[in-house]
Design a protein around this ligand. Sequence first.
Ligand code: UT7
Length: 331
Amino acid sequence: MEREFGVGIIGTGSYVPSNIMTNKDLEKLVDTSDEWITTRTGIKERRILDKDKSTSFMAKIAAERAIASSGLNSQDIDLIIVATITPDMAFPSTACIVQEELGIKNAAAFDLEAACTGFIYALTNAYAYIKSGIYKNVLVISSENLSKIMDFKDRNTCVLFGDGAGAVVVSQVEADKGILSMDIGADGSGAKFLNQPAGGSLIPSSEESVKNKLHFIKMEGNSVFKFAIKAMTKSSKKVMEDINFTIKDIDYLIPHQANMRIIEGACKRLEIDKDKVCINLDKYGNMSAASIPVALDEAVRSGKIKKNDNIILVGFGGGLTWGATLIKWTL
Ligand code: UT7
């Protein structure tokens, strides 16, 4: 019989474009103010990718950094999952494009779409593939070029989002370490609150769809806001309760970075100290699926997260979707 093993993250990497767009820059584009954006969201600036680059460009760099930090050779990767709502194109998958860019020969590759919860969904997939013995080393990448689907004339959305990518290598680790519990969920009745209406089979791209701006992100902010606090609280509690942990057992919480008030609302309900919560939305805004792995990589590289720390990654997003993972860190 095969020995018992855990499944965990053995390498992290991230990439954000160097071009910074500040709240002051946005004041020149829409009727907004640094004061409104800061007090309502906590965001001060975000990164914007060059127009001639795309999601796969950022994904490749984040992936290279994750593979290097894992100590594996890129040819050891046997599955690539890219979580994104901004693929390079409808098909082939961005995962296939990145596979070629990285020169990885024998890996299966597919994209996964769960909006801002994409990274948690992808991590859960990686866990299942490894635990079942189908694959050994899975590269999970979340890369988002949201500035390309943003209406820079719509103040309700354009102040919130930014571009970036995060990646992790998931593999076998010591038994009882790594991913200890996970929770993912969806409620399709909330699909109307956050979406990009055109570009699919329902409203194919056309002169009219572009004229009506249906290729941009549409959002009912208030509805998403209320859902977000509840979903993050419930999902974080579930991953703790499933293994008889309480909030006292948690060293760090890495939430999806959409709005400081959402994070504060969830943290208050979870009764977790603020200094245990990793925040970077002031610098990057909401990078959808990439927010959590970028924050994770920064926390790991800065030495904040240490071996045997218990961390919760928790997110929510379009779908509506939500999810959390509780990890005993092994690096
Ligand atoms: O990853 C998941 C993606 N989405 C989210 O997580 C979004 C969740 N929702 C939110 O973060 C918040 O709902 C927002 C930040 C989007 C909006 O904050 P809010 O406190 O819910 O504001 P509101 O929508 O109730 O708007 C308040 C006012 C409105 O003006 P009136 O009608 O009171 O005169 C808006 O028109 O603020 C106005 N407003 C703005 N003013 C200046 C909306 N956007 C802006 C803006 N600058 N950028």
